[in-house]
Design a protein around this ligand. Structure first.
Ligand code: ASP
Ligand code: MG
Length: 417
């Protein structure tokens, strides 16, 4: 007998039929004797609709009221799943974030979980075998007593945090894919599902564009050493052996992974924009003059490359920002043109960042060099590069994204046999 958190995303609870399907998954685990807490998202598309309504009501809406509105999607699905479970003869009760409570910071729309009191839920496992159906994505700020939300995709984070709070054996994330792949299978049909992946690698994959899990949930899993299992909610609930090993990907600590490749996976994102400042005077303080104002404007700079200009006397500086911040970044730079002293500003928004990830890189030299060669053989020009211990990224023309991803996937032996 164990204790499980089962999280279901928006497509898994998109209508009453699918909620029934979810209930059967829950029943299977309850029948197997487990204590179960379920965390649900809003029905697919619901949160987008609620966000849209807030914008419609007023483009400059109050963040506290935004959270009051968008948290409602999860309230609906948690109630509906509790009703469905009860209809099947299973003891179940829904819980909103404030009822548990899930205490968070007051950063509305991107709040962080501070503390979860798991006592009542655990007591009800013991006393009544009651399933807890918890609304994901939401919490409450203890100072203001206001409802908060955790940022888009936040139910993943709710699930892992709750798993840690009730000391679950595992957190199962049921979703519309059957695990974590070496890259997006829609781009590379030969992408392979990983049986296991280390927290660190998953953290990079998620941060660099893989959309399976909210980044914060992986961080939390790592901090609490909570195994997270990504699996499909569309498998027939009754076909699954609750004591067997179903298809899926286990995200766990590195020590538990026997077989390890140098490269684990390849991620990509088209959400970046490039800004290049030409012919900047090469003197101390220039980088500060550029990146200071961007930091003040809360714009995250990702890749940075500096090199000598064509004239040999000045310097060129290229950097990337999130595409959504591109206009603001350009305006911020233009406003300090006098201080920075560049001659020309070039920019590109049709770029993409392709990243190669693998904790095996720590102990292997020349991993990136191989990629640069393979890309050049395909005539793919690299606009910027960043590297760290367990990953490197290249910025390329967006038109070449798929070719680059496929090339690297084959290069590092990730293709399915
Ligand atoms: N419903 C929220 C969203 O769409 C939270 C989640 O699904 O994880 O972002
Ligand atoms: Mg999600």
């Amino acid at each position: 007998m164990g204790r499980l958190v089962m999280k279901f995303g928006g497509t898994s609870v998109a209508n009453i039929d699918r909620i029934r399907n979810v209930a059967r998954h829950v029943k299977r685990e309850v029948d197997a004797g487990h204590d179960v807490a379920v965390v649900v998202s809003a029905m697919a598309g619901k949160t987008n609709e609620l966000v849209e309504w807030c914008r419609d009501a007023s483009p400059m809406h109050d963040a506290r009221e935004y959270d009051a509105v968008v948290a409602s999607g999860e309230q609906v699905t948690s109630g509906l799943l509790a009703i469905t479970l009860q209809g099947m003869g299973i003891q179940a009760r829904s819980w909103q974030g404030w009822q548990i409570p899930i205490l968070t910071s007051d950063a509305h729309a991107s709040a962080r979980i501070l503390e979860i009191d798991g006592t009542e839920i655990s007591a009800r496992f013991k006393d009544r075998k009651e399933v807890a159906v918890i609304a994901g994505f939401q919490g409450i700020n203890p100072q203001t007593n206001r409802i908060t939300t955790l940022g888009r995709g936040g139910s993943d984070t709710s699930a892992v945090a709750i798993a840690a709070a009730i000391r679950a054996d595992r957190c199962d994330i049921y979703t519309d894919v059957d695990g974590v792949y070496t890259t997006d299978p829609r781009v590379v049909p030969k992408a392979r599902r990983l049986d296991k992946i280390a927290f660190e690698d998953m953290l990079e994959l998620a941060s660099l564009g893989a959309k399976v899990l909210q980044v914060r949930s992986v961080e939390l899993g790592m901090v609490h050493n909570m195994p997270v299992f990504v699996r499909s909610s569309f498998d027939k609930p009754e076909d699954i052996d609750p004591h067997g090993t179903p298809p899926g990907t286990l995200i766990c600590s590195e020590e538990e992974i026997m077989e390890s490749h140098v490269v684990t996976g390849i991620a990509f994102t088209k959400d970046e924009a490039q800004i290049s400042l030409r012919q900047i005077e090469d003197k101390p303080g220039v980088a500060a003059a550029i990146f200071g104002p961007l930091a003040d404007a809360n714009i995250n700079v990702d890749m940075i490359v500096q090199n000598v200009s064509e004239d040999g006397k000045t310097t060129d500086l290229t950097f990337t920002v999130p595409a959504s911040d591109y206009n603001r970044a350009r305006d911020t730079i233009t406003a300090s043109k006098g201080k920075i002293g560049y001659i020309r500003l070039d920019s590109a928004t049709d770029v993409s960042k392709v990243s190669v990830i693998g904790s095996g890189m720590r102990s292997h030299a020349g991993v990136a060099a191989k990629a640069f060669k393979a890309l050049s053989e395909r005539n793919i020009n690299i606009r910027a590069i960043t590297t760290s211990e367990i990953k490197f990224s290249v910025l390329i023309d967006a038109a070449y994204t798929e070719l680059a991803v496929r090339t690297l996937h084959t290069l590092y032996g990730l293709d399915q046999a």
